[in-house]
Design a protein around this ligand. Structure first.
Ligand code: SF4
Length: 308
């Protein structure tokens, strides 16, 4: 079996930073360190941080007084920041700087009197964080149909922002529908979709031209991993999202001569290796890495940790 690895794949700069924040916090302050929500959407990452002394909670009410608390890469609503401040919790914010950028953009639009529309998936923590950061009601749309169903008058001054991990193509269609629907509209085009999401999506598109089957390594609750699988499927290639090698179904590879492998932005390379090992147990495997876009983005750590 020929195996092609997409390039780029796996960890993005925001995920690397978020994990490093937890690790450095554990070194500097000692365990336990409390993390609100999965630091990034990957069970392997969460479990390995747990073994080092991180405790994951969904609500700040579960954090004991004075305990060091980390906000996940997805960002949080202002109400969560306020609650942490009211309880005097020492907070390290691992929100990806690109998510913070979207928050700031949204705040800017509403300060200029525009009704804000967020293109994103209901219930995703990034969406909840973004909606909760903007000091005005935010309309969430998830599809072209939902744009059509908006009841605002066509000349309402509106602006839109987007979740960072959406499908570039779907988002383009939704933006076009918004532009057709409103006469006074501002927005950042698709630039809110982060560089890592865009690069991984175009790498999967390239991969899909070469292979019979695509395996996306990533968690079921990872937005960007799900989009990668969808892009493979839309390109006409049987595509599967798997957490690790144990989830590989040999049936998927029965008729495949070439298999493409990629990984979502929160999936570590060790899980890609694990999937390749699982393929080797089925038959001989030859691995090559596709040429792709190089990434050299790094984000700075929060000031409290930068010097440690
Ligand atoms: S996927 Fe993009 S927005 Fe999300 S953490 Fe990575 S770099 Fe940041």
């Amino acid at each position: 079996m020929e195996v092609y690895l997409a390039q780029p794949r796996g960890f993005c700069a925001g995920v690397v930073r978020a994990i490093e924040i937890v690790e450095r916090a554990l070194e500097k302050y000692g365990p336990p360190v409390y993390v609100r929500h999965e630091i990034v959407h990957n069970k392997y990452v969460v479990e390995s941080l747990k073994t080092k002394g991180a405790i994951f909670v969904e609500e700040l009410s579960e954090v004991p007084p004075k305990a060091v608390t980390v906000f996940s890469a997805h960002g949080v609503a202002r109400s969560v920041e306020d609650e942490a401040a009211a309880r005097d919790l020492p907070v390290l914010d691992a929100t990806c700087p690109l998510v913070t950028k979207v928050h700031n953009q949204g705040k800017r639009y509403v300060s200029r009197g525009r009704i804000l529309i967020l293109i994103g998936h209901a219930g995703h923590p990034e969406v909840e964080g973004t909606m909760g950061q903007v000091p005005a009601p935010v309309l969430l749309v998830q599809s072209v149909e939902e744009v059509k169903a908006l009841t605002l008058p066509a000349d309402t001054p509106v602006a839109y922002i987007t979740q960072t991990t959406l499908s570039v193509d779907d988002t383009r269609d939704i933006i076009a529908a918004l532009q057709a629907r409103f006469t006074d509209i501002q927005g950042p085009d698709i630039r809110d979709i982060c560089y890592a999401t865009q690069n991984r999506q175009s790498a999967v598109r390239d991969l899909s031209k070469l292979v019979d089957v695509i395996l996306v390594v990533g968690a079921a609750n990872s937005s960007n991993s799900n989009r990668l699988r969808e892009i493979g499927t839309e390109a006409g290639v049987a595509s599967y999202l798997i957490a690790d090698g144990s989830e590989l179904n040999p049936e998927w590879l029965k008729d495949a001569r070439t298999v493409g492998v990629t990984a979502g932005a929160s999936a570590p390379e060790v899980l890609v290796d694990d999937v390749i090992e699982a393929m080797r147990r089925i038959g001989p495997v030859q691995v090559s890495v596709l040429p792709g876009r190089e990434e050299n983005i790094e984000f700075r750590l929060p000031a409290q940790l930068a010097a440690s």
